[in-house]
Design a protein. Structure first.
Length: 278
C-alpha cells in the first residue's frame, strides 16, 4: 500500500514540474517576444526621429537658402535701379553742367577765367567717365546680347589699366549661353574673385577659363598670389561666403584649392539644365 501511494505522488510532482517548465518556457517566450517587439518599436521610432530631424534640417537649410536667394535678388534689383539712376540722372546732370560751363566759356574773354573753366570741364569729363564706368560695373551693358565671356573681357581690360592685374582669358568655342540672370550672378562672382586677387592675394597675374563639359558650364579661375590657409577663419571673410551663396543660388557647385604661397584656384560648375531660384 505504501508503494501505491508514493507512485501517484511522484506522478503529481512530475506533472507539476512539467507544467512549471512549460509555464516558465511560455513566460520566457513571451518576454523574448516583448523584448523583440520593444526593439522593433525602438528601431522604428529612432529611424522616424532621424528622418524627422533630417526633414527639419532640410527644411531649415532650404528656408535659409530661400532667404539668402531672396536677399540676393533684392540686392540685385537695388543695384540695377541704382545703376540706371546713376547713368540716366547723374550722367544727364553732368552733361547739362558740361554744356552750361561750355556756354560760359564762349562768353568770357579773361584768360584766367578760361583756364579755370577748362579745369572745370576736365573735371566734369572725368566724372562722366567714372560715372559710366561705375554704372557699367554694376549693370554691365551688352551682357544679355554678347554673353558673359565677352563682357568679362572689358572688365579685365579695366583691371589691367587701373590695378596692373593681367588676366589671361581662354574661352572654348561655341560656348552655350545661360539666361541673363545666371550670367549676371556669375559676373558678380568674377568681380568678387578679381577683387580678392587685387586686395588680398597680392597677385600680378590671373587665369580665367570658360568651358563646357558633360552638360556643365565651367569657369576656372586662378592667380599667382600668396594663397590662403583653408583653415584660417579670415579666409571666409574674403568673399568665399558670397561665392557660396551666389553659386548655390543658380544651382551650381564650386571647389577651392589654395594654400600659403601656392596661389588660389577655384572651379565653378553650373548645370546647363539646373533648377535654381532664378
Amino acid at each position: 500500500m505504501h508503494t501505491n501511494l508514493t507512485r501517484p505522488n511522484n506522478m503529481f510532482e512530475l506533472l507539476a514540474e512539467i507544467e512549471l517548465s512549460s509555464f516558465l518556457f511560455a513566460i520566457t517566450c513571451i518576454l523574448l517576444l516583448l523584448v523583440f517587439a520593444f526593439m522593433v518599436v525602438f528601431f522604428i521610432t529612432y529611424n522616424r526621429n532621424l528622418e524627422i530631424q533630417r526633414k527639419l534640417k532640410r527644411m531649415d537649410d532650404e528656408h535659409k537658402q530661400h532667404m539668402i536667394n531672396s536677399n540676393l535678388q533684392t540686392l540685385e534689383l537695388e543695384r540695377q535701379r541704382f545703376a540706371e539712376d546713376l547713368h540716366d540722372e547723374i550722367g544727364a546732370s553732368l552733361s547739362a553742367i558740361r554744356l552750361y560751363v561750355g556756354s560760359i566759356d564762349n562768353q568770357v574773354n579773361d584768360d584766367h577765367i578760361k583756364d579755370q573753366l577748362k579745369e572745370v570741364k576736365h573735371t566734369i569729363d572725368q566724372s562722366m567717365v567714372s560715372t559710366r564706368r561705375i554704372a557699367h560695373n554694376i549693370l554691365p551693358p551688352g551682357l544679355e546680347i554678347m554673353g558673359l565671356s565677352k563682357i568679362v573681357e572689358d572688365l579685365v581690360q579695366q583691371l589691367h589699366l587701373t590695378h596692373k592685374l593681367k588676366v589671361d582669358i581662354t574661352t572654348e568655342s561655341q560656348m552655350p549661353k545661360l539666361n541673363y540672370q545666371k550670367e549676371l550672378i556669375l559676373y558678380r562672382v568674377l568681380q568678387e574673385l578679381f577683387n580678392n586677387t587685387i586686395k588680398h592675394a597680392e597677385a600680378k597675374k590671373a587665369n580665367l577659363q570658360f568651358s563646357c563639359k558633360n552638360g556643365f558650364y565651367l569657369i576656372t579661375y586662378s592667380d599667382n598670389g600668396k594663397g590662403f590657409n583653408m583653415n584660417d577663419l579670415q579666409f571666409s571673410g574674403i568673399g568665399l561666403s558670397n561665392l557660396n551663396n551666389r553659386v548655390n543660388m543658380i544651382g551650381g557647385t564650386y571647389q577651392v584649392i589654395t594654400a600659403p604661397s601656392e596661389g588660389f584656384y577655384v572651379e565653378i560648375s553650373v548645370p546647363l539644365s539646373a533648377t535654381s531660384a532664378i
